[in-house]
Design a protein around this ligand. Structure first.
Ligand code: GLU
Length: 469
């Protein structure tokens, strides 16, 4: 492996066992920023040793997420897989055994649980001095020093200190010879020359054990940084079963990568001044792992949404139109590609841009332009098509046949016809809106009608009158 000029080598080491968790995205960003700031190198290692849960589509999801966030690895010849390092894992286990730093153990799980209560938490060291040889079914355990302390140098947490006496002789290879995650993860980092391990707090309890392995294998341990756990509004740790955590879902709803990056960086860290929405360059200049707060960070979807709205409004109209494409004629569009009309969208885009917080919200706003028929929403009909509606719609459609087709003339027409029936504009335009767009809320109505055109507008008004009998 090559080394970078600064010597800093970080890695992103996700497991391909599900959707891409926002906590993983935050770890990726912290790693990526540190690599960029220091002129170092970020590498990707896919930790696929859980063969049952690892799937190729999740590997693709990792690559897509990294590309979307703009945080790709610096060295890449296809992903490096943990499973490809298995010989290194075996060699490390042999080395520990040869040095007397590990031993075989044939205790059944029930025995281990039954005998606890000694100084060591968990396993009590029963097989430590039995000198068992290798045999099928025998696990390998690491011999944790009885005395002393393991001091972890953690950029976020200072120096968490663990009494070795409280650490059990943990398993490094299972009875079938397969290395456990804890060991594989350390050996890979060693082989890859990793200098800084930046990951989520969930792994902090593993860290003293892993650091002991680094030392027993004759290496200087890396610098660690454990970013704070993410919690929901009830201060519960985010759970993929209960909370919204999948980056893929946020992306499909129309969150912007820029807003996401900015927001994720703040889960544990704050830029200078009283700012939250900050240019990426400022984040790159200011971010320090040592400023990350170790307390749990609230992953506030409402706030993320507000961020996203601000990022959307800060775009030029051209950027907004381009960002909306996946919802207009891409994978998320509910109409046929041929029904999309670029000029029509361009005409309403400035109106839509100020009204959406996530890009996916443009779909219900503009579907009246691209679906052959407006969506039929019974509740909207019930609300708007009251007593005066049929009569008023009849007059509106007659006037719309000949009126000049521009926003002001259309508005004036409905205003005057409504006034003649004692209706304010808001009341008078409601049945027109529902007849034409199928909805009670949406973009400013008369601008919308101007873009939709005389023919489609009057056809829909007539269809509504027929429907109302
Ligand atoms: N594969 C582990 C995870 O996804 C990463 C562990 C690490 O970063 O050291 O949680």
């Amino acid at each position: 492996m090559t080394s970078s000029p600064s010597g800093v080598r970080v890695r992103f080491a996700p497991s391909p066992t599900g959707m891409f968790h926002v906590g993983n995205a935050r770890s990726l960003l912290y790693n990526w920023v540190l690599a960029k700031q220091s002129g170092g190198t970020l590498v990707l290692r896919v930790e696929d040793t859980d063969a049952e849960r690892s799937k190729p589509e999740w590997v693709q999801g990792i690559l897509d997420a990294m590309a979307w966030l703009g945080c790709g690895p610096d060295e890449y010849e296809g992903p490096l897989f943990q499973s490809a390092f298995v010989q290194h894992h075996r060699d490390a286990i042999d080395k520990l055994l040869a040095a007397g730093r590990a031993y075989y153990c044939d205790c059944a799980r029930e025995q281990v649980v039954g005998r606890t209560g000694s100084e060591h938490k968990g396993y009590d060291g029963f097989c430590r001095e039995r000198g068992l040889a290798s045999a099928p079914g025998r696990a390998v355990r690491f011999r944790v020093p009885d005395e002393g302390q393991t001091v972890v140098r953690d950029l976020v947490r200072g120096e968490p200190t663990f009494d070795n006496a409280t650490i059990e002789d943990f398993v490094v290879a299972r009875g079938d010879g397969s290395p456990v995650f804890l060991l594989a993860n350390v050996v890979d980092d060693m082989v890859m020359g990793i200098t800084h391990v930046i990951r989520a707090e969930e792994h902090l309890p593993n860290t003293p054990k892993q650091q002991l392995l680094w030392q027993a294998l004759g290496h200087e341990p890396p610098v660690w940084a454990h970013a704070p756990i993410l919690v929901n509004e009830k201060r519960q740790k985010l759970s993929k079963r209960r909370d919204r955590v999948a980056l893929e879902d946020f992306r499909a709803e129309g969150y912007l990568a820029d807003a996401m990056r900015n927001y994720l960086m703040l889960l544990g860290w704050a830029p200078s001044g009283d700012r939250e929405i900050v240019p990426w360059d400022d984040i790159m200049n200011e971010f320090r792992l040592s400023d990350v707060n170790p307390s749990p960070a609230f992953f506030d979807v409402k706030k993320l949404r507000a961020f996203n709205g601000e990022y959307i409004r800060a775009m030029s109209v051209e950027e907004f139109i381009s960002a909306c494409q996946p919802w207009l004629r891409g994978e998320f569009a509910p109409w046929r590609p041929g029904d999309y009309d670029e000029a029509a969208f361009a005409a309403v885009a400035p109106l839509a841009q100020t009204r959406v917080a996530v890009l996916g919200e443009i779909v219900p706003m503009v579907d009246f332009l691209f679906l052959p028929e407006p969506p039929s929403d019974e509740a909207a009909w019930a609300k708007a098509m009251t007593g005066e509606a049929v009569g008023l719609l009849g007059e509106v459609v007659a006037a719309f046949e000949t009126v000049a087709w521009d926003t002001d003339s259309l508005k004036r027409t409905v205003e005057e016809l409504g006034a003649a029936r004692g209706l304010k504009l808001g009341k008078a335009q409601a049945p027109v809106r529902v007849a034409v767009t199928g909805r009670t809320i949406g973009l400013p109505l008369f601008e919308s009608l101007e873009v939709l055109g005389r023919e489609r507008t009057t056809n829909r008004l007539r269809a509504a009158i027929t429907r109302l009998g």
